[in-house]
Write a protein that binds this ligand. Structure first.
Ligand code: ZN
Ligand code: ZN
Length: 180
């Protein structure tokens, strides 16, 4: 493990949230989709199942996406702003059988606030470690998903949406075509 467990989870959750949207694609079209995302990514705590909550979560995505395109100073600016806006106050807590980890807003804070702060805290770790180059964009030409490369040799090129397989298949077809 490169970073603390909560840092790695926070980075993965941020990337997953960013990747719920793309050109002509809305992965969080309604409250039910957010419910599914909430469960799939192990979120707990306050969850209102309302349109207002959904809109707040959606609004967070472009702010997080910018981080993948930003230089260090810009990342710091975004992270500090997210922490300031949410009045983040780091506290070590233990819940749901997990070991002690940091929460910087109460568990009854709005979902979008908690998502923002969890991402910001994880990114703060990445900045401090000088590891922002771990934030990468998918190499597949038809994909604009972001990813977090937590591999030891920094070899991860594709997002989780199956782009690695797609790229392998097209490379195979191209090879076959050039031999026939
Ligand atoms: Zn927790
Ligand atoms: Zn991809």
């Amino acid at each position: 493990m490169l970073f603390a467990h909560d840092t790695e989870c926070g980075l993965a959750a941020a990337a997953a949230l960013v990747n719920t949207t793309g050109p002509g694609r809305e992965g969080l079209p309604d409250v039910a989709a957010l419910d599914e995302f909430f469960t799939a990514h192990g979120w707990s705590g306050r969850h209102e199942h309302t349109d207002a909550e959904l809109l707040q979560v959606r609004a967070l995505r472009p702010r997080l996406r910018r981080i993948w395109y930003a230089d260090t100073d810009e990342v710091v600016e975004i992270v500090n702003l997210l922490l300031r806006e949410s009045r983040a106050l780091p506290q070590l807590i233990r819940h749901d059988g997990e070991p002690y980890h940091l929460h910087a807003v109460p568990r009854d804070a709005p979902l979008a606030t908690r998502m923002a702060v969890e991402a910001a805290m994880a990114l703060a770790d990445l900045v401090r470690a000088g590891e922002l180059s771990r934030l990468r964009r998918c190499d597949h030409p038809d994909c604009d998903n972001v990813l977090v490369d937590l591999s030891k040799n920094r070899s991860r090129r594709f997002c989780d949406a199956g782009c690695g397989n797609r790229a392998a298949v097209s490379a195979y077809r191209a090879r076959k075509a050039s031999h026939s």
